[in-house]
Design a protein around this ligand. Sequence first.
Ligand code: HEC
Ligand code: HEC
Ligand code: HEC
Ligand code: HEC
Length: 217
Amino acid sequence: MSMITVAGWHPGSLSTRGSMAPIILMLVLLIICIAAAGNTSEEAFLDEVKAVDRNFDNRSVPLDHYVVEDTVLAKENYQGGPFRVLARKKRIERYKCSSCHGDKPITVNEGKELTHGDIELEHGRSGTGLTCIDCHHPEARDYLEDKKGRKIDFDHSYQLCGQCHFRQKRDWLGGAHGKRVTNWAGDRVIFNCTTCHNPHSPRFEKRFPATYSVPMN
Ligand code: HEC
Ligand code: HEC
Ligand code: HEC
Ligand code: HEC
């Protein structure tokens, strides 16, 4: 008579295991019950969520931080609706430019050196680098200028940068480049490009990390 044996198991041990069978069965049933209960409560929760059919309005959430800086409504279409950016004009030392750049030409010796000597232009590769009027309006100095000669307000300088850096601007719109000013509740308020980048020398200086890991050996 041949006997079928399974590695590590032979019929002799069946009797001792047999006494365990009801307990194992009960455990299995218990686990199934718990799993089923978990499922129904999850479904009930989802049903509850689905039952609320009004759109979530993040302005309905109470704020614990208010944005105290000046902001402007962005002139951009964004899938999440209207949003605001940090204003710039009050932070620009020499604004209004028209206090010097009026109708008449300025005829002061070394005038440019005296007034704008601190501006070092390091934007774009040498040779193909940018000049002042690639960005500033040649006559209306209180404004920037786009590629079609239209005025851009200093508070909306992202429109200027976005003409050439469209990938970064797209990322900035979506929230992947740049930064949100405060919480996720309330109006979306984000940093302007020039809150972070100096337009004349936009690259950040390389720097050592504040702390570094000591080599393992
Ligand atoms: C204190 C007076 C003063 C103020 C304020 C001032 N500028 Fe000027 N700016 C000058 C003088 C002087 C020159 C040189 C003469 C000229 O080009 O008209 C000059 C020249 C310029 C030029 C031409 C530089 C070149 O290489 O051709 C630009 C661009 C410019 N200013 C932009 C601005 C902008 C933008 C502002 C405001 C944010 C501003 N300025 C505010 C005095 C001033
Ligand atoms: C890449 C575009 C760009 C170029 C090129 C550029 N500017 Fe500007 N400039 C800006 C923007 C944008 C601002 C406003 C920055 C901000 O929001 O603080 C500004 C600000 C200024 C200001 C005011 C700064 C202050 O804090 O008082 C002056 C003056 C100025 N630019 C002059 C010049 C001159 C002169 C040149 C050429 C040598 C020049 N800019 C080239 C974009 C540019
Ligand atoms: C007329 C086109 C033009 C405009 C407008 C412009 N840029 Fe640039 N920017 C360039 C070019 C060209 C470079 C050099 C790219 C390179 O070397 O690969 C550059 C380089 C940069 C860099 C450094 C990239 C790197 O890794 O070296 C930054 C940051 C930057 N721009 C930010 C800005 C900001 C902020 C503004 C708006 C105030 C702006 N740019 C407006 C053309 C522009
Ligand atoms: C919260 C600060 C912040 C804001 C706002 C911001 N940037 Fe930047 N940006 C950075 C930092 C940080 C880097 C990385 C610099 C580096 O790697 O040296 C960077 C890098 C860049 C570069 C270099 C290429 C790259 O992607 O690394 C460009 C171009 C640039 N930014 C353009 C823009 C433009 C255009 C805007 C506005 C639409 C903008 N930035 C807004 C902080 C900012």
